[in-house]
Unconditional design. Structure first.
Length: 96
């Protein structure tokens, strides 16, 4: 499943994104989740919480989460938070 996210991933949109991702995950069990961050220009702790929560939900089943085309400023936040140790993250287009 490829999900494109755009704009700022912050407190204002985190709950809606969490709900929508959970619905997709529940409808598509076992499918890897690919998040296209090419148009995400900001992420805060609530956005990180959404990513971490989906990781915790999917990891026990072996389902993976990938984040592709990450902007440098967003990648820096992902690095500092430790999320990059859990998820495959790249600035470039990736073929999965």
């Amino acid at each position: 499943m490829v999900i494109t996210i755009a704009g700022e991933l912050d407190l204002r949109v985190a709950d809606k994104l969490r709900t929508e991702l959970d619905e997709l995950i529940n409808k598509n069990p076992g499918k890897d989740l690919i998040l296209d961050f090419s148009n995400v220009n900001f992420i805060d702790s609530s956005g990180l919480g959404v990513l971490l929560g989906r990781y915790k939900k999917l990891h026990p089943s072996g389902t993976k989460i990938y984040i592709k085309e990450v902007q440098p400023q967003v990648k820096r936040v992902l690095e500092l938070s430790g999320i990059m140790r859990l998820l495959k993250v790249t600035e470039q287009q990736m073929d999965i």
